[in-house]
Unconditional design. Structure first.
Length: 183
């Protein structure tokens, strides 16, 4: 890694230092209430060891202009969001199962989610927020008596949009710079 003019290293953030909170979507708190520090560190459905699907794709429409045979014009249309997959070791609770199963009984509630990537100093570096999550697939652990691996359950969540909270990394960078000055 290259050193900055202050002599501070700017290493990539570790990918295993994160927190995920799932919150009730029916509340009126909205984005800013959901990303409050008390909500972020209150993990509603347990701690997760893996998160995948922080993706969005912009669909395009091609227009073939008459007389312009050398190229096609491309215009943006819709944004599609990938489903988010959360995985964790099976604990004593059934919260993920209960959330998914609630929809099979007509009693389920959507949940908003906050995914926070932390620095090595436990300061938020990036925050993603998804709206109105709907559990579309629950996967229980694979059980094999001949292996001694951890039993993992996962839940796949469809949602209605993913956003990244602005200026979060700037605060982490400022704290890192202050820590660099103190040493």
């Amino acid at each position: 890694m290259a050193l900055r003019p202050t002599g501070r290293r700017d290493d990539p953030v570790l990918n295993h230092n994160f927190i995920i909170s799932l919150l009730d979507s029916s509340g009126a708190s909205g984005l800013f209430g959901a990303v409050g520090m008390s909500a972020i560190f209150d993990v509603a459905l347990g701690g997760f060891t893996e998160c995948g699907g922080l993706e969005m794709s912009l669909q395009i429409e091609e227009f073939r202009e008459g007389g312009n045979n050398g190229r096609a014009l491309k215009f943006p249309t819709r944004v599609t969001w990938s489903n988010i997959t959360l995985k964790k070791g099976v604990g004593s609770g059934t919260a993920l199962w209960d959330w998914h199963y609630g929809f099979t009984e007509g009693k389920g509630k959507r949940r908003d989610g906050v995914i926070v990537l932390l620095t090595d100093r436990q300061v938020p570096n990036n925050i993603w927020y998804f709206r109105r999550g709907l559990p579309v697939k629950y996967t229980g652990p694979s059980l094999n008596a001949t292996q001694s691996s951890v039993a993992i359950e996962s839940i796949e969540i469809a949602h209605e949009g993913l956003s990244q909270v602005p200026f979060v990394g700037a605060g982490a960078a400022a704290l890192g710079a202050l820590a660099g000055l103190a040493t």
